[in-house]
Design a protein. Structure first.
Length: 283
């Protein structure tokens, strides 16, 4: 089961990091259905499988932080028997899953307070937390115009555009990524999600950096929305994911290379604010 989940996580290239974190946490709970001769054997299996899950997507800080939390809570409790260790694992997994979902809701609610009625918003790729924030603002009676980038090469921005188009009170325009500079000056605020923040760098879907840089140049505030678990400690080392060239061009590349990074690095100095379930950080 763990091996299957590792393979699935490796293939979950367009899913949000919160979805990946929940899937990985639930996979650890399957260890409680197996037999182990000693507590030490169980704890070693827990650490070994958690490590495999973390390695399945080394770009997701929330995967790293939630996995480390589960292992830490079980091992630091120093369980005296296997059943106690398994019970601690179940409780830790349940708490992580609940906190991941709650964190998204709380971050979205905080971010909604920054959005004014009739704002022109600009967003990139597909962030469920950004969509949730817009939904909260809509439920309070606001209405918006939203520019959405296609987010090539997988065009996941199209999914965001379709979702937003289903909402009453939202006027959606889907634009090609290269047109961001043309439309950003019309926006009141940029809203993007985050894969993670390490030190003073935001890692998010590729294309975020040029949008943030252009927004800073034309004076449009950039707000990042996500769970506090996506802030990584010093033990986490972000690793970019370089995707298949066939996502960019199906025919063979003859005489040239194709680069297809999944994420780029945006200095936090280009941001106006980062909104999490724990509060708002202003830059």
């Amino acid at each position: 089961m763990i091996d299957e989940t590792v393979e699935q996580i490796e293939e979950m290239q367009t899913h949000s990091s919160s979805v990946v974190a929940v899937k990985a946490a639930e996979a650890l709970e399957t260890l409680t259905q197996r037999d182990y001769p000693t507590v030490d054997e169980y704890l070693r299996a827990l650490e070994r499988n958690s490590s495999a899950l973390r390695r399945a997507n080394p770009s997701h800080a929330s995967l790293y932080t939630t996995q480390r939390r589960i292992v830490r809570e079980v091992t630091e409790a120093d369980p005296g028997d296997i059943e106690t260790a398994k019970d601690l694992t179940r409780k830790a997994v349940d708490a992580v899953v609940e906190d991941v979902e709650t964190a998204k809701e709380e971050a979205a609610a905080r971010a909604a307070d920054l959005i004014a009625d009739h704002d022109v918003l600009f967003t990139h790729e597909y962030s469920t937390t950004v969509l949730d924030a817009i939904d909260v603002a809509l439920s309070d009676g606001a209405s918006f115009e939203v520019y959405v980038t296609e987010s090539r090469p997988r065009y996941i921005g199209r999914k965001a555009a379709r979702k937003l188009a289903d909402r009453d009170g939202v006027d959606v325009t889907l634009i090609v990524d290269s047109a961001a500079g043309h439309y950003l000056s019309e926006a009141d605020r940029v809203l993007v999600g985050m894969d993670c923040i390490v030190d003073e760098t935001l890692y998010n879907r590729v294309g975020t950096y040029p949008i943030a840089a252009t927004a800073a140049d034309v004076g449009v505030p950039v707000t990042v929305i996500g769970a506090a678990a996506k802030f990584a400690d010093g033990a986490f080392a972000f690793e970019n994911d370089f995707r298949s060239p066939t996502e960019v061009m199906r025919e063979p590349a003859e005489g040239f290379d194709i680069a297809n990074p999944a994420y780029d690095a945006t200095p936090t100095r280009l941001l106006d604010s980062v909104v999490t379930d724990e509060g708002i950080i202003e830059y």
